[in-house]
Design a binder for this molecule. Sequence first.
Ligand code: FES
Length: 105
Amino acid sequence: AAITYIEYNGEAHTVEVEEGMSLMEGATLNMIPGIEGMCGGICSCATCHCFIQLEDQAAMPAIAEGEEAMLEGVSERRAESRLSCQVPVTEAMDGLRIRLPEHQE
Ligand code: FES
């Protein structure tokens, strides 16, 4: 699926991410600036924080308890906040645009 990652400064990067990879893996494998994924995707660092429009989130797995706990610690928390390592990519996400925060924690 083609995923567009938009940096805080507005710079957009569109890359092809394989189904089954997480949004975080899609970003780090393509060296997208503004996303880190320090813990490797085990939901324990929150350096993969991103913003996904709520209407797009409707088709994604809901925020689980562990993800919610980590999100509570990020400084730029918004209603659209997600940890990108917790969102698996599907073909239905083709064309998805997600935004990245100014800082990762
Ligand atoms: Fe660490 Fe997502 S990569 S919480």
